[in-house]
Design a protein around this ligand. Structure first.
Ligand code: NAD
Ligand code: UD2
Length: 308
């Protein structure tokens, strides 16, 4: 049976991978995106693109007829840009989540799967991040993502709206924009390597991230959709590999995949709001969603490099 879904932020990096998988499964897909960082050209013509703002309650409501799940991915994603436009980013990142939750409730409690972030954990000095840990955001982006989770929980308590929040760790893969100065580190470093430019590492390069390949994240989103309709609660899970990679190791891994010798590295001061180490615990998503990240960093970088 064909199912209909709404994907906010569906013209963005993760969104268009999700849209492709939904379309391939035969779903009808409506995308709501203001194209502030996403691109219409990312989308298959089989998806219906509506250009607009997630804060527009009437617009979101008008798109929910016949929809059985909302994927809410729209956000201002760069931690640095959220710092430089604190209130503007807050408006979208928290206000947008509340607006989508409210519209989904008003339309008859349509289940919502939404993007949270590993950033909610803050600095954990090397410890593995578990969903039961006390989150300690150190950036406005992270504070808004955490507040979005609290809003989803409140919406479930007050109105019975089912939702699953997924704390994505650092996502990478084909289609990730490298052009912006605030692009994700893997897309920037692969573009640097391709153009034989040096990498700029902010800080000493020993900071680490749990890098997860975009196809695995899409798998987690689809599994969350299967769970969310079966329960009247708000739940939150990590989407991670459980393995951390330092930036210095990342540079070596990219060099191996590129096969063009050794990258040049320049160091610049560490960014404010930057997390030192990040490694997620994948157990809860494994047990409750049946989710495992299947792509290791070597295979993921290889696929990304081949697609450049
Ligand atoms: P992206 O910037 O490529 O996608 C975000 C999309 O949201 C874009 O298409 C943008 O145009 C759209 N958008 C922004 N504001 C909007 C608004 N007011 N109304 C409608 N559309 C709007 O980023 P992405 O990497 O694909 O991120 C998707 C989601 O995953 C975001 O919620 C992000 O916070 C979250 N996330 C991403 C990562 C990562 O490593 N990329 C990690 C953790 C969480
Ligand atoms: C990413 C996401 C953010 C989020 C978080 C979850 C992006 C753009 N941001 O933030 O939305 O949810 O992950 O963990 O995807 N760096 C350099 N040189 C560069 C670029 C980055 O040294 O040219 C460093 C940066 O200082 C940081 C690390 O690389 O220590 C990762 O930076 P990022 O911007 O890719 O991602 P992050 O973790 O800030």
């Amino acid at each position: 049976m064909q199912r209909k879904v709404l994907v906010t932020g569906g013209a963005g990096f993760i969104g268009c991978h999700l849209v492709d998988r939904l379309l391939a499964a035969g779903d009808e897909v409506v995308v709501l995106d203001d194209l502030s960082s996403g691109r219409a050209a990312n989308l298959s013509p089989k998806a219906q693109l509506v250009r607009g703002d997630v804060l527009d309650n009437a617009l979101v409501g008008s798109l929910l007829g016949g929809v059985d799940c909302v994927f809410h991915l729209a956000a201002r994603v760069s931690v640095q840009l959220c710092i430089s436009d604190w209130t503007g980013a807050h408006r979208v990142n928290l206000g947008g989540t509340i607006a989508v939750l409210q519209a989904a409730h008003q339309a008859g409690n349509i289940p919502v799967v939404y993007a949270s972030s590993a950033a909610v954990y803050g600095n954990r000095s090397g410890a593995e991040c578990r969903e039961s840990d006390l989150p300690m955001p150190i950036s406005p982006y992270a504070a808004d993502k955490l507040a979005g989770e609290h809003q989803a929980r409140a919406m479930a308590e007050v109105n019975g709206l089912p939702s699953v929040g997924l704390r994505f760790f650092n996502v990478y893969g084909p289609g990730q924009d490298a052009a912006s100065p605030y692009a994700g580190v893997i897309s920037k470093f692969c573009a640097n390597r391709m153009a034989d430019r040096p990498h700029t590492i902010f800080g000493d390069g020993r900071q680490s991230r749990d890098f997860i390949y975009v196809a695995d994240v899409v798998d987690g989103l689809l599994r969350a959709r299967d769970l969310v309709g079966k329960m009247p609660r708000a739940e939150v899970f990590n989407l991670c590999t459980g393995i951390e990679t330092t930036l210095l190791d990342l540079v070596h891994a990219i060099d191996r995949v590129a096969g063009r010798g050794t990258s040049d590295i320049e160091h610049a001061p560490a960014r404010s709001g930057d997390i030192r180490t990040s490694r997620g615990c994948p157990q809860a998503a494994g047990a409750r969603l049946g989710f495992t990240a299947r792509t290791d960093i070597g295979a993921g970088l290889g696929a990304f490099w081949a697609a450049l």
